[in-house]
Ligand binder design. Structure first.
Ligand code: P6P
Length: 339
């Protein structure tokens, strides 16, 4: 392997880019890095041990918690708690946010992490790639006091970092601190992430659209019109439909090849399905840093003021020209912007 820089070396070399205390960020990212390696180890052998299938519990969303969901949640929580730089964590798998007291119960830690520990979990039992999504903010409540809900309900444009791990044919950690998007591939033999995709950028336009067309009848007219546009035989169209059922994998492919991922409002899911805080905002930060766009059909995802930890929003995310074309179709039906 030619002399590639490791994730740890990259963070040290670029710590000036992190506008806050670089030492804390390095420790924060390294705790996520460690947790991802532990989860990766289980995901890679899930078929061999009794860790597939559902845990028998459901999460606050009323969704069956897959055993690996629960396991991944525990691993990330424990690792973040141990590193003592986080004052609180909000997770898809936790009903409420988790307060982390820190050293001597001082509540002096400065960052909050919001996480989807294992996104796409319905794919686990069929050996299709899944992912972890994380979002990092500085707390807004006073140091020395327990973390508050307001620390988590910050708009996406205040994120200090965001990223994902995709447990695919290879395991990659992709993140941004607001200075571009950088991808690191895990060498499983060494347990080391190496910089493999520096400065990842969305092609301005692409030929891939990702949406669950099984819900077509329930989509708003603007989405139906956009899908018909994608399927017309003109101007280099029809586009190709690619939908894995795992946001991280669809996003990652579209960022490399060019494309758009859509999970819109529908009569079955008026708020859409994806969660604003630990799915849409981190992916939107990455998309914009990679030269792409992320909207709810009408406005930037990262401008939405959150009101609830697990709130859902519709999302159109990917290549700038494709998102803007979809936005044109949505704008013809302003009455649908009622979610
Ligand atoms: P549907 C996985 O549960 C997820 O949150 C995303 O990763 C994925 O794109 C979407 O939901 C799949 O949802 O309704 O198409 O099965």
């Amino acid at each position: 392997m030619r002399n590639r820089i490791t994730l740890g070396e990259f963070i040290i070399e670029n710590q000036k880019d992190f506008q806050y205390s670089s030492g804390e960020f390095s420790r924060l990212i390294s705790s996520i890095k460690l947790a991802s390696k532990i989860v990766n180890h289980e995901v890679n052998k899930a078929g061999l041990v009794d860790i597939l299938g559902t845990s028998g519990n459901t999460n606050i969303q009323g969704e069956d918690q897959q055993k690996l969901d629960v396991y991944a949640n525990e691993v990330f929580l424990k690792t973040l708690i141990k590193r003592e730089i986080v004052c609180g964590v909000a997770s898809e798998e936790e009903d409420d946010f988790v307060v982390i007291e820190g050293k001597n119960k001082s509540h002096d830690n400065k960052y909050v992490v919001l996480i989807d520990p294992l996104d796409g979990s319905s794919n686990i039992d069929v050996n299709v790639s899944v992912g972890t999504i994380f979002s990092i903010y500085r707390r807004v409540s006073p140091l020395g006091t327990p973390v508050k809900k307001e620390d988590f309900l910050q708009p996406g444009n205040l994120q200090v970092a965001a990223g994902y791990i995709v447990y695919g044919t290879s395991t990659m950690l992709v993140y941004t601190t607001g200075n571009g998007v950088h991808g690191f591939t895990l060498n499983p033999a060494l347990g080391v992430y190496y910089l493999s995709h520096p400065n990842m950028t969305f092609p301005k336009r692409g030929k891939i659209y990702s949406i669950n067309e099984g819900y077509y009848q329930h989509f708003p007219q603007g989405v139906k019109d956009y899908l018909k546009y994608c399927q017309e035989e003109v101007d280099g169209r029809p586009y190709t439909s690619r939908y894995i059922g795992s946001l991280v994998s669809d996003f990652h492919r579209n960022m490399i090849k060019g494309g758009i991922y859509i999970y819109p409002t529908s009569s079955k899911a008026p708020q859409g399905k994806l969660r604003l805080l630990y799915e849409c905002n981190p992916m939107a930060f990455l998309a914009e840093q990679a030269g792409g766009e992320a909207i709810d059909g009408y406005r930037r995802i990262m401008e939405i003021k959150p009101t609830e930890l697990h709130q859902r929003v519709p999302i159109f995310i990917g290549s700038k020209d494709m998102v803007n074309k979809a936005k044109e179709f949505m704008a013809k039906y302003p009455e649908d912007a009622k979610y």
